[in-house]
Structure formats: C-alpha cells, structure tokens
Design a protein around this ligand. Structure first.
Ligand code: ZN
Ligand code: ZN
Length: 363
C-alpha cells in the first residue's frame, strides 16, 4: 500500500520513467514526510538521539585544533549590490550566507550577520556589510538551526525583504513582524518577479530552543529564471536527491554546497556532506560550478575550520574532476557566473557527468 502511494506520487511528479536511481529510492523523495513525531526523511529516517550526541561530545577529538585557522577574507564594501550587475555574481558573506546578484535582483541564502550562532562565535567578520542589502532583496531559509536562521539578522534586515521558508517557520517570521513570508513544502514552488523558487528535500533535521526536534521542515532551494539556475543545498548529507535534481533541473549554473562540519563521520555523515560527497553531488547536479559554503566561519565540529578546502582539493584530484568547477571563495570574495554557453560546455566536458542518466535536462 505504502509503495503504491510512493509510485503514484512519483508518477504524478513525472519522475518515475527516467529515474536514474532504483525507482523505489527516487520515489521516496516524493513520499509523505510528516508523521506523529514531526517531519522526517522518507528515504532514510534519521536516528536522532541525545545519547549519540553526548557520545560525540564526550569523545576525544582526534584533530589538533591548537593552531589558529587561516580563513581568507577580502575587503568588500558591498557597494556593487546597490547597482545593476552586468550578468550575475555570487558573493560569499560567510558560513551559509551568500548574496547572489543577478541583473538587478539580489537574493540571500540563510542570511547570518551576527556575532554568534547561539554559542559558537564567528571567526571572521561578515564579508559584506548588512546595510548594503537592498530593500527589495529576497531570501531563502533552509532550516531553523542557529547557524542558518538568525533572529538578529532577520530583525536587522529591511522589513521589505521577502522570505521563502520551509513548512513550520512562517509564524516565526510573522512573530518578528516579517509579513512578506512564503512557506513551502518540498516540491512546491512560488513565483517572485522573474524567479521561480522551489523548495526541495534535503537530508537533515531541525531543532532550536523554541521548536522541538523536527517540528519545522528543512530543505534545499532551486532559484531559477529564464537565464540562470541556482541551487542552494542548505545543510545536508549526501542522498539520492542530487541525482534527481540534476536529471530534472540540470544543468545548474551555480550550486552552493556545504563543504564543512563533517567530522566525526559516524555522527555527521547523515546530516553533513564531506568533500568526497560534494564532488559527487556536483557531478550529479550537473552543476557548471559549485561554490563552497558552510566552512571557515563557525566552529561546529571536530575538523579544523580551515581543513575543508584542502580536503576538497584532494577529493577533486582523486576523482579526476575539473578543478575549475569547484570554487572556494574568500569571505567577501565575488565569483562572476559564466555565461550559459560556457556552462553547457563545462557540464558536457565534465568526466564525472558521464554516468548520469539522460533526460533532456529540462523540467
Ligand atoms: Zn543544520
Ligand atoms: Zn549548518
């Protein structure tokens, strides 16, 4: 019965016939994901338990973190955000916060400008002043963890900013006087000017002081126009979603993918990708470029804060992938998004894209 429901959901979504993964695995991406204990990931529910968390907290960290991490930062006064971009740029503000400037539109991912993510202190100041965010910007939120959803930032940004959030977070914004908020379930889309903004499954979980475990949903976002497609993974482990998104929505111009907070693997694997996972996800998404996020800002896990870029370089080399495709920016640095013609050539040439299944690449 359950399986029949999954298949029906997948067929309705038009995804079954061309599925790259075993049908049942892809179908679970479209399956119901809310139960009595809140939201869950139907393809592989997370065994969140306090005892596992405590086991990690009380275990010895095998990494030496006595040295100050070296996190690159470049000066960026953010003045460009007020103007019109010749084509498109992506600026890393720090952690999961990116300012995408496409023509004369600006959008933010998980905006966080505060000094702390609840407890962990910011190691490098934000790359762009918050005051430079234009009043007509919009923002996407991946989930309610403190390094992604920051009350201080939400309250400081102009109240004209439009917010796109997963299920269970709209009231949180309204309580803070933010009325321009659109709450979406996985696979739902909203229109904002020339942008189609789609909420997609990610492999994660949620909790903060005022919300219990998995009370609100977590997600990735696809933000696309006629000209360009951006994918923001939020926080996620490696899961079958990437291949499905590449098949349905690829090629992606820029994928903003988390590369940090992955050790120890026995505890983090489910919820955070490591660099090997990121290389695989980039290929499966058919992303012309990935831009690294979720490192170098808040010290959350066992590995040193400046290790992820080095580990990513090693993973790219080991996979024989095109290093140009993997962009690790300094805080405040801007990446100029190449034209679509260059994107097509890059994705077509990429050796890791070979094993991806067909489809015409259009949704
Ligand atoms: Zn998280
Ligand atoms: Zn995070």
């Amino acid at each position: 019965m359950i399986r029949t429901l999954f298949l029906a959901a997948a067929l309705l979504a038009g995804s079954f016939a061309l599925a790259a993964e075993p049908a049942s695995e892809v179908a679970t991406l479209y399956a119901p994901h809310r139960g009595e204990d809140g939201f869950f990931n139907p393809w592989e529910p997370f065994d969140w338990s306090l005892s596992r968390f405590l086991r990690w907290q009380f275990s010895r960290n095998p990494f030496d973190k006595s040295r100050e991490p070296a996190i690159p930062r470049v000066a960026n006064d953010g003045a460009r955000l007020a103007g019109r971009e010749h084509s498109a740029t992506v600026t890393w503000v720090g952690h999961a916060t990116v300012a995408v400037h496409d023509d004369d539109d600006v959008f933010l991912t998980d905006p966080h400008w505060s000094e702390r993510a609840l407890v962990p202190r910011r190691v490098v100041p934000p790359g762009v002043p918050l005051e430079r965010v234009p009043p007509d910007a919009f923002a996407v939120i991946s989930h309610n963890h403190y390094d992604h959803l920051d009350a201080g930032t939400v309250e400081r940004l102009p109240d004209t900013v439009a917010w796109f959030v997963p299920l269970g977070l709209a009231d949180w914004f309204r309580e803070r006087g933010r009325t321009r908020v659109v709450e979406l379930d996985w696979w739902e889309s909203a229109q904002h000017g020339r942008w189609t903004i789609t909420c997609l499954p990610s492999q994660h979980w949620s909790r903060r002081i005022e919300q219990g475990v998995n009370e609100s949903l977590w997600c990735a976002w696809l933000v696309r126009s006629e000209e360009r497609r951006y994918f923001f993974a939020g926080d996620t482990g490696y899961f079958p979603g990437f291949a499905e998104y590449g098949r349905r929505f690829g090629p992606i111009d820029v994928a903003l993918l988390p590369i940090g907070a992955y050790e120890p693997r026995w505890f983090m694997r489910y919820q955070h990708m490591n660099p090997e996972d990121v290389v695989r996800a980039t290929a499966e998404l058919r992303a012309g470029h990935m831009v690294a996020i979720h490192w170098g800002t808040f010290d959350l896990t066992d590995e040193p804060l400046d290790l992820p870029p080095q580990a990513l370089r090693e993973a790219v080399t080991a996979a024989g992938a095109d290093a140009e495709r993997f962009r690790v920016l300094a805080v405040g640095e801007t990446f100029h998004v190449p034209t679509r013609a260059k994107l097509a050539a890059r994705v077509a040439d990429a050796p890791l894209a070979d094993r991806l299944s067909g489809g015409d690449g259009r949704d």
